[in-house]
Design a protein around this ligand. Structure first.
Ligand SMILES: *Cc1c(COP(=O)(O)O)cnc(C)c1O
Length: 459
């Protein structure tokens, strides 16, 4: 007899649907060409299944929508701010909260406060906006993630871990005074949504404590990281996601949050710290860049939806279904032999474009090419995470990252299992005709974060 497998399923049912436009191949060809083979430049109307990002694209619950009606749109002291502050303290344990319009608003303020010219900021792989704010503040990012993270074939379960030997070497070389903080991300986005282990975090905490270096937590996907700790780390199987999330935060000194991911809202973010002096400075600065410290660029209703979303994001049933869907898609792709980053990460499937299109050199953007081909095949919109995203160094040279990936990011609570089937089948079809696919050349390059607006042409 076949063993009966235990399926994941959604802990919710659907109350309202959004109708999608279905396109023909000719329509998609035209749209892709007009968008300069950059999926960021497509109109969302022309997209069938949108896997560009999981940022701000999740479905809010009926409770969150009801919360929107409780928005207190006062300029100062909105009741929703106090609710959010209470939830952040209760769920994450950070003492002081500064709301911001989204994650990068918090990164800007934090980088300006903590980084001096010439400082070094070690981190477990860069993130685009995070590194840019560190550099704009005069710092230099140094990647201290373990080597396994750069190998898409390596199945180590905690590829988000920090290599403490690399970190110690940096401290020795530059001195602790030059290192204001370690930029530690949970569920490392650019490595494919790979988690950091609690053990590694504890070791990081004791090493940084010894040298008086802060740990700043990019907590954009902390609940997803907690799920992997619960599933894969010794001693955590019996703990709730809520307890694990709080333990992670307790090992850090402050956090920047893009609530558009884990926290199930369409807009919002925050900076949270435990140190009064940093808080005091951030509270002054937020007024310049975002808005008064009790709204930080958000409407009262946005803060209310965020407060409710944070609560929902740390429920075991929610996160099990969320990651269950991602794993379902990944396993389906593997059945079709599509080369993906392993192990499967938390927020999406990352296809290895170097392996998928080995005949296209990195100068001709294999991942950008593959993202365009996916759209042409089925109207599925994915995005490049490779040489285009990596951008240029301060001296103008291109970064050539080891990982050349196409990200299939899954919005939370939005698509069905049948959508996942359509995506995997489309990837398999493109894989079948991979040898006939040619690369791209860049014909327009913006100065900052070029992947958003660059344009290409087929070779
Ligand atoms: C999205 C994201 C950010 C930036 O947040 P925004 O809300 O997009 O400004 C920072 N770090 C990580 C890991 C992210 O995924």
């Amino acid at each position: 007899m076949k063993t009966i497998k235990q399926s994941w399923a959604e802990p919710y049912k659907i109350k309202m649907v959004e109708l999608l436009k279905m396109t023909t191949e000719a329509q998609r060809k035209k749209a892709m060409k007009e968008a300069g083979y950059n999926t960021f430049l497509l109109r969302s109307e022309d997209v069938y299944i949108d896997l560009l990002t999981d940022s701000g694209t999740s479905a809010m619950s009926d409770r969150q929508w009801a919360g929107m009606m409780l928005g207190d749109e006062a300029y100062a002291g909105s009741r929703n701010f106090y609710h959010l502050e209470e939830v952040v303290r209760e769920v994450y344990g950070y003492k002081y909260l500064i709301p911001t319009h989204q994650g990068r608003g918090a990164e800007n303020i934090l980088s300006k406060i903590l980084i001096k010219k010439g400082d070094i900021i070690p981190g477990n792989m860069y993130f685009t906006t995070t590194r840019l704010h560190q550099e704009l503040a005069g710092g230099k990012f140094e990647d201290v993630i373990i080597d396994e993270a750069h190998d898409p074939e390596n199945e180590f379960p905690f590829k988000g871990n920090i290599d403490l030997y690399k970190l110690e070497k940096l401290i020795k070389k530059h001195g602790a005074k030059k290192i204001p903080y370690v930029s530690m991300a949970t569920s490392v986005n650019m490595a494919g949504g790979q988690p950091i282990s609690m053990k590694n975090l504890k070791e990081l905490r004791s090493l940084t404590k010894k040298h008086g270096i802060l740990v700043i937590h990019d907590m954009t996907r902390v609940a997803e990281n907690a799920y992997f700790i619960q599933q894969k780390e010794k001693g955590y199987a019996g703990k709730t996601i809520k307890a694990i999330v709080k333990e992670i935060c307790s090992l850090t000194d402050g956090a920047t949050m893009s609530a558009k991911k884990d926290a199930l809202v369409n807009i919002g973010g925050f900076l949270a710290v435990n140190d009064w002096n940093i808080y005091e400075e951030a509270r002054n600065m937020v007024v310049v860049y975002e808005g008064l410290h009790t709204y930080g660029g958000l409407a009262g209703r946005d803060m209310e939806a965020m407060a409710i979303g944070i609560g929902e994001s740390v429920c075991d049933d929610h996160i099990r279904a969320r990651i269950g869907q991602v794993i379902y898609l990944g396993e389906k792709m593997m059945e079709y032999e599509v080369p993906i980053v392993k192990p499967i990460g938390g927020h999406g499937i990352f296809v290895d474009a170097k392996k998928f299109l080995p005949h296209i050199p990195q100068e001709n953007y294999p991942a950008q090419t593959l993202a365009a081909e996916m759209y042409l095949d089925s109207g599925v919109r994915t995005m490049e995470r490779g040489v285009v995203s990596a951008g240029r160094k301060a001296n103008g040279e291109n970064y050539f990252p080891k990982l050349e990936l196409v990200r299939f990011t899954i919005p939370r609570r939005v698509y069905t299992q049948a959508h996942m089937d359509v995506i995997a089948e489309s990837a398999a079809r493109v894989y079948e005709r991979r040898r006939s696919i040619k690369g791209l050349q860049m014909i327009y390059e913006p100065k900052y974060l070029r992947f958003f607006q660059a344009k290409f042409e087929k070779l």
